[in-house]
Design a protein around this ligand. Sequence first.
Ligand SMILES: [Zn+2]
Length: 260
Amino acid sequence: MAKIICPNQIYLPKPWGSEAWLCSTLPKNQTLVGDMPLSQVLGEETLLVKIIEAKEKLSVQVHPDDIMCPGEGKTECWFILESGKDSALVYGLDGVADDKVKDVVLGGEIGKYLHYEKVKAGDFVFVPAGVVHAIGENIKILEIQQSADITYRVYDWGRDREIHVKKSAEMMEKVSQKQRNIFKGFLDEFECDFFKVKSLKISGEEKVDFASSGNCGFFVVDGNISIDGENLNKGQWGFLQDAKNPSFAGKGYIFLWKKN
Ligand SMILES: [Zn+2]
């Protein structure tokens, strides 16, 4: 039977809204279980998991990969928890050939070519390192990402924060900005080199073949669900330690993740 570990969140107010770090083993902001650092409890580094609540849109940004910044690359994914009627994300560029991306970024022209994608609760977005992105206003997401904290700001909507065009251009020209890894109404499994995730509706009792060993993270999106007999409510999250295809019961919606 899996043991359930519930870390304390770290709440960080931001000018545009807020971040709550649910699970982090980054030294600067490590989540605690009681008074124990999460890395000691799990015995390993985990993915960085946050809830981002954007009242206003965030800056347009890009993250490096592990080749550009060894050990500090960041590929991430978003599961949309709530959104306004017209809420949209920025995801990649439109109308720019891959070999022109660098010129557009260095020339300060990027604002004209941003691709916007409308999203709603339940959508899933995979954001590989190097793809330019921004969370739009009135969006609440569950963000699961490699455990790293490097962000290059490419464009800030005319606000006056520092912009990192050179690093951004260097990273962005390595990947196609036209890829669209957006899964509307996601209810399935997705896997990349860094993580595996699953969104799952539970109705009744079932064994879930997701993690046969190690630690598996969870977030209860909706309803009341029990995992191996332990009851959990909407909004609760944590880890199943030594998860061996746990048993789920109840009625609700849960999101699972696992480090690859
Ligand atoms: Zn990001």
